[in-house]
Design a protein around this ligand. Structure first.
Ligand code: FAD
Ligand code: MLT
Ligand code: ZN
Length: 483
């Protein structure tokens, strides 16, 4: 007998309570993505309170699917993803499983330097829980006030401290996961060594909700540095920025905790839309700017001396056209605020195309030149807003509509041309078309085009083995077999 959508909804309401399994009304916070690229229609938005409820929801959906209902599940955290991975399509047959109610810090082990949290814990709350114990949770990104740790793990988020601490993957010690058939895998280990077979944790991290539902995680903590110093530096070219990175690594070693680059057009957009934000240096002083962060384990004095040593060497090597060192944490925070407002400034300018790419750091100047030429040939007048995590070889080579053009129409009609121009350059430099944001529903065709076919075959085999009903986020990540 076929289960109807109404029967499934009643079952879901019985599991979580009617007020936490909603259908109809204004569900746009869950049905629409952060960038407002697309709005879907969910069968229901279900918000479980604990792992057992997540397992029961998955079991109910799996049984309905086996009985012939074309239902699937879209796991959702903070819904800040930038590739349409966390929002439903418009079929009305996807259950949005929101983890946001599961938001407790379960435990902190100070001597093991680890923290165990529910998947729905807001990233900033995890950072604050660690800081309250005098410890550091180093994952940091502009969306940290609303993204949650389960979403960070499922997307393997990068952010601004990767140069020192790695991606979310490198910060994870253990996971608790509900599998696609509704079992609970108790993998919450605080171990730093464990060679007992396939590392399923790493399979789940970065799987974008297609292999299992992360319900909790044990993450690494670090001692707080004694002092953190920031500098805002003007350079005349990306070549100089790359040379400055090498010099900074030589001088500061693992104390280099941030190395962000912004071309001047990105900062001009911040000046235009956030006129209250004061630039530390006039935007005309450089073709690009670097926000460099140094963390010292000993003292403020040593931190300043080492940073000044680097800057002297950089001026001597003629890598800098100007520079400003933050005199206190407040000034440092203002530098970070400017960097982290570029995404908001781009949103205020209008809908745009995001290209979150990586190439070997040494190839960045040549890549940027070639990609800009290719883009101008394909889409004359399109405006490149280029910034990102240069320390990781990761650029946000974003493209805004030509001045005066309609942004929505530009995005709808030019996405594929822009991607072909830019991603073919990325491939020519042995890079990746998605360095940190993932694939989602937005970039599946790019995965079909650029991923090694053998790798893609292994990915499909894993998906089939772990989710034979294709219940979990079926329209995200993996391209349809025919693609
Ligand atoms: P969501 O958007 O809700 O979900 C992301 C993906 O994970 C989806 O595929 C979803 O189905 C899946 N998922 C969510 N929760 C679970 C779960 N519990 N189990 C299984 N699957 C799940 N990203 C970066 O990497 N670096 C940045 O610097 C960065 N900066 C950003 C700045 C801004 C202003 C914004 C809006 C976004 C930024 N992002 C960045 C993108 C985004 O914030 C990150 O990818 C973040 O990790 C997503 O977390 P989330 O909780 O919002 O996840
Ligand atoms: C960031 O680093 O600020 C985001 O990942 C970039 C973006 O919005 O494109
Ligand atoms: Zn980024």
């Amino acid at each position: 007998m076929t289960t109807t959508a109404d029967t499934l909804l009643s079952q879901l309401q019985a599991i979580v309570g009617a007020e936490h399994a909603r259908q109809g009304g204004d569900l746009s916070a869950w049905e629409q993505d952060w960038r407002q690229l697309a709005k879907g229609r969910a069968l229901a938005v279900v918000s479980p309170a604990n792992t057992e409820q997540v397992a029961a929801i998955v079991q109910a959906c799996a049984a309905a699917k086996k009985a012939g209902l074309g239902v699937s599940i879209v796991p959702q955290g903070g819904n800040t993803g930038l590739v349409l991975g966390s929002t439903p399509d418009d079929s009305g047959m996807q259950v949005v499983l929101s983890l946001r109610r599961m938001n407790s810090v379960r435990a902190i082990d100070r001597h093991n330097l680890s923290i165990t949290v529910d998947a729905g814990c807001i990233l900033q709350n995890v950072q604050e829980a660690a800081a309250a114990q005098g410890l550091l949770f180093p994952l940091s990104l502009a969306a940290e006030g609303s993204c949650v740790i389960g979403g960070n793990l499922a997307a393997n988020a990068g952010g601004t401290q990767v140069v020192r601490y790695g991606n979310t993957r490198e910060l994870c010690l253990g996971l608790e996961v509900v599998t696609a058939d509704g079992q609970i895998w108790h993998g919450l280990s605080g171990l730093r060594k464990n060679n007992t077979g396939y590392d399923l944790r790493h399979l789940m991290i970065g799987s974008e909700g297609t292999l299992g539902i992360i319900t909790a995680a044990t993450m690494k903590l670090y001692p707080q540095p004694a002092a953190v110093c920031c500098a805002w530096l003007a350079v005349d070219s990306l070549q100089s920025a790359v040379a400055l990175l090498a010099l900074a690594q030589q001088h500061l070693h693992s104390g280099l905790t941030g190395f962000e680059t912004m071309e001047s057009d990105a900062l001009r957009l911040v000046e235009k839309h956030m006129p209250h934000m004061r630039m530390p240096i006039d935007v005309a002083a450089g073709q690009a700017f670097v926000l460099l962060e140094y963390s010292d384990d000993e003292s403020e004095d040593r931190a300043r001396a080492r940073l000044e040593g680097l800057l002297e060497a950089a001026f001597e090597a003629e890598l800098l056209t100007d520079g400003a060192v933050a005199q206190n944490l407040d000034q440092a925070q203002r530098m970070w605020d400017i960097r982290e407002h570029i995404t908001l400034a781009q949103a205020a300018e209008g809908l745009h195309l995001k290209h979150d790419i990586s190439v070997p750091t040494s190839s960045i100047p040549a890549f940027v030149q070639r990609a800009k030429e290719a883009l101008q040939q394909a889409l004359p007048g399109a405006r490149v807003i280029n910034f990102g995590h240069l320390g990781d070889g990761n650029l946000h080579f974003n493209v805004q509509a030509p001045e005066g053009a309609d942004p929505r129409q530009f995005v709808d009609t030019c996405q594929h041309q822009a991607e072909a121009a830019i991603y073919d350059c990325v491939a020519a430099f042995d890079g990746s078309f998605s360095a940190e944001h993932g694939v989602g529903r937005l970039k599946r065709h790019d995965l079909a085009r650029y991923k090694d076919p053998v790798a893609l075959g292994m990915m499909r085999a894993i998906k089939t083995a772990l989710d034979p009903l294709n219940l979990l986020n079926p329209h995200a990540l993996l391209p349809d077999a025919a693609a």
